[in-house]
Design a protein around this ligand. Structure first.
Ligand SMILES: [Cu+2]
Length: 66
């Protein structure tokens, strides 16, 4: 398992938390949003997923990974 913390812009409420954590779950990663910090802590299996795929799944929900 690899752990990475991403800075994500545009998250403001519980809906944002659900959509990001849900999107990560769908691709097989585990995400934990910190709304006040504007970050998402992601744990994933690097033999199955790339960081690019993780960023893409967050961006597809309408948020910017910075
Ligand atoms: Cu929201």
């Amino acid at each position: 398992m690899k752990n990475v913390t991403l800075k994500v812009e545009g998250m403001s409420c519980g809906h944002c938390v659900n959509s990001i954590e849900g999107a990560l779950k769908i691709i097989g990663a585990s995400g934990k949003v910190d709304l006040s910090g504007g970050t998402v802590a992601v744990a994933y299996d690097e033999s199955k997923l790339t960081l690019a795929a993780i960023k893409e799944s967050i961006e597809e929900q309408g948020y910017d990974v910075v």
